[in-house]
Design a protein around this ligand. Structure first.
Ligand SMILES: [Fe+2]
Ligand SMILES: [Fe+2]
Length: 163
């Protein structure tokens, strides 16, 4: 079993076994680990891209990037997550995943949560640390809900490929 991600640890890394940086650079905030593999190389590539996008957002936050830009980037990340959900839902329909309806329902719940977070961000100016906790909370959400939740269909996809 992979190490469990912990929330709210920025700027430290929060997923996978990431060593502390020794060169003065920030380590990646989220790191892909093998146990995140979903049974689909295509889905894995999309998950990796979302992790990277989230890392860029967290880095921009630590760099003191202007808040409107942070909000805009967070909006793109949320849009990317939603597109990913649609793509995954098509794959689950095509491969006849028996728990597809439950998985889709969880995606919808997540979408509401992501939009809620975005809306909270747009109502503040980023001047307080508590404002900056909003974008930071995307990281544990990505790990726990977008990637780990998908382990539910891993054995189904692997079985279909004859593993
Ligand atoms: Fe996913
Ligand atoms: Fe999913």
């Amino acid at each position: 079993m992979a190490k469990t991600a912990t929330a709210g640890a920025a700027p430290a890394a929060i997923a996978g076994a990431v060593p502390a940086a020794t060169d003065g650079c920030h380590p990646p905030y989220l790191q892909w680990i093998k146990s995140f593999e979903s049974g689909s190389a295509e889905i894995d590539a999309l998950h990796r891209a979302l992790l990277e996008e989230c890392n860029e957002l967290l880095q921009a936050l630590e760099d003191g990037t202007a808040w409107p830009r942070i909000v805009a980037d967070a909006g793109k990340l949320v849009e990317g997550c939603i597109q990913h959900f649609r793509h995954e839902e098509e794959l689950l329909a095509w491969t006849r995943f028996p728990r597809r309806a439950e998985h889709v329902a969880e995606h919808r719940r997540l979408e509401r949560e992501l939009h809620g977070l975005l809306s909270s961000m747009s109502m503040v100016d980023g001047s307080l640390d508590e404002h900056r906790e909003y974008p930071r909370s995307f990281a544990p959400m990505l790990i726990e809900f977008i990637i780990r939740h998908d382990l539910d269909f891993r054995s189904h996809l692997l079985r279909q490929q004859g593993f």
